[in-house]
Design a protein around this ligand. Structure first.
Ligand code: PMV
Length: 317
């Protein structure tokens, strides 16, 4: 490797289509990678830097994990993102995946999505005790990714284990569908929301039954994706939103955006941990849904599924 090597990699953000929170209890979940990417460039520097200034690793544990794991020093990292941070669209999963890919390439290791997915999940786990490898797997493999999917009509990509928990990760093509995101502008803590649901399920069989119902709508939703049925999938999404609301993960702002989006959508729901973040709507009238969301206080944008996952970017000439 020459001293002037500069390596860039990018990874897509993601939306969780169905199954968030239930996935923490071993149930299936489906995520779709989106056409908004996070890019990381790494290069030799006089000390470890982030976007031109010496990095404070206390505030950037993901980067610390990936750099230290590869025993690198004096490395500059530059980031460029089209994924709003805190929006529930996987900006930190995409950062971890893009950085893991760039650093592996920089260190002369082969491009291997399984290894990148592992590094990215470990970085997330180190940084925030992330409950499942959902985001990092989706940002790495791209297209449609399911965790704990119980049938054999998807490709099993890999399995992952952490602290006695095991996940199977499967992939399939990106659906030819259009989604609209509505960002509430509220940043919420995934860790706190996961803990809130745990308190509920620990004390209530009703809450555990809701988790089982989320499993049912997730599996039905996957069947709808396979037969390219947006009407059925939309119904499952809206149903999932109701179930997630019962678990206490929605909020007024999210409910308002879901109701607004439903005027011109097949279905809509919160996506990710909830408590703020974003909703996702499935529609074939994306401009109308954007307007509905905007008029109800959300920041809308249209997304199409990503088909590539993490990739090394060619250097600019
Ligand atoms: O907040 P997000 O978008 O990273 O999604 C969290 C999804 C949960 O199922 C709530 C937690 C997890 O780690 O899977």
């Amino acid at each position: 490797m020459s001293d002037d090597s500069i390596v860039s990699a990018s990874a897509p953000g993601k939306l969780i289509l169905l199954g968030e929170h239930a996935v923490v209890y071993g149930k299936p979940a489906i995520a779709i990678a989106i056409d908004k990417r996070f890019e990381c460039t790494v290069f030799p520097d006089y000390t470890d830097t982030l976007n031109g200034i010496p990095i404070d690793y206390e505030h950037h544990p993901h980067i610390k994990y990936v750099v230290r794991k590869n025993s690198l020093a004096n490395i500059g990292v530059e980031t460029d993102s089209y994924i709003p941070s805190g929006s529930g669209l996987g900006s930190s999963g995409a950062l971890s995946s893009a950085l893991a890919a760039a650093i592996r390439e920089y260190a002369g290791l082969p491009f291997d999505k399984k290894e990148i997915a592992k590094d990215a999940f470990e970085a997330e786990y180190y940084a925030q005790g992330k409950a499942s490898p959902m985001d990092t797997s989706c940002c790495t493999f791209g297209r449609t990714v399911a965790l704990n999917y119980p049938f054999d009509d998807m490709n099993e990509l890999m399995t992952m284990e952490k602290n006695g928990k095991k996940w199977s990760i499967s992939g399939s093509d990106a659906p030819d569908m259009t989604f609209v995101i509505g960002y509430t502008g509220i940043k919420a803590s995934t860790t706190e929301l996961v803990a809130k649901v745990k308190r509920y399920t620990d004390h209530s069989t009703f809450a555990s039954d809701i988790v089982d119902e989320i499993e049912f709508v997730t599996i039905e939703g996957m069947k709808c994706i396979k037969r390219n049925d947006p009407v059925g999938l939309g119904k499952m999404m809206t149903e999932d939103h109701k179930l997630l609301s019962i678990l206490g993960t929605s909020c007024n702002e999210l409910n308002k955006l879901v109701n607004a989006a439903l005027m011109h959508s097949y279905g809509a729901k919160l996506t990710g941990a909830g408590g703020g973040g974003s909703i996702v709507a499935l529609t074939d009238e994306p401009e109308k849904v954007c307007e509905d969301i905007f008029l109800h206080g959300g920041l809308p944008f249209i997304v199409k599924p990503d088909t590539v996952g993490v990739r090394i970017e060619e250097p600019e000439q």
